[in-house]
Design a protein around this ligand. Sequence first.
Ligand code: G3P
Length: 245
Amino acid sequence: MKFFVDTASIPMIEKFMDMGVVDGVTTNPTHLSKEGVNPVEQAKRILELVKGPVSVEVIATDYATMVNEARAIAGLGSNAVVKIPMTHDGMHAVRTLSSEGIKTNVTLVFSATQALIAAKAGATYVSPFIGRLDDAGENGIALIGDVVQIFRNYAFETKVLVASVRHPIHVIEAAKMGADVATLPPDVLDKMFMHPLTDVGLKRFLDDWSKLSGKYGDVFRELGAQGAAKYEGHMAPKTKRAPQG
Ligand code: G3P
């Protein structure tokens, strides 16, 4: 399963990229508007920073303007994926863009029929919003199961990109169902690292270690100094990361 990070914040993207955890980025008009800078320039910065796919959404809602915006977004970087809303004009645009080799991510998908139509239009990704379905009293994760099964039944190449993820259980359930990608808000990604037993276990190891005194007390400090001397000036540079997994 690939992980994208769902944000337009460069520090957040860098944080997870430097750990090699994320394979791409999804933005939306809400994320880009929160950054308080020129959204096109911000999108360009993200496209340059990240090697994997970066979704940037059109603002237009009519076919012709949407296609114009999408072509321009695609021109911002070879890794650009154009997010298109799930509307009649949107699916017309997806058909045109896919025939031109432009990658698309159909957004605001809330039903299996919408996902099926997006796949038939030639979408590269389809993004069911599971958290917003849960918020509305529906079962978001069940929709992922349905879409994965339908795409498998008919061998659609469209990837299932799980969006509006609210917590780590969403990710695990979607992974068990075979979803291709989950796009994760930074706080959910952070939570995926954590377990209270890890903290308890680490504290216990360090407490035990601190009881070691005398001639063995500093052996690891000395080891660390040797490592620092050996690798001085060889810290990994911050570069574009290749997509993983
Ligand atoms: O970017 C699309 C989607 O992931 C937004 O999620 O949290 O606004 O429902 P959310």
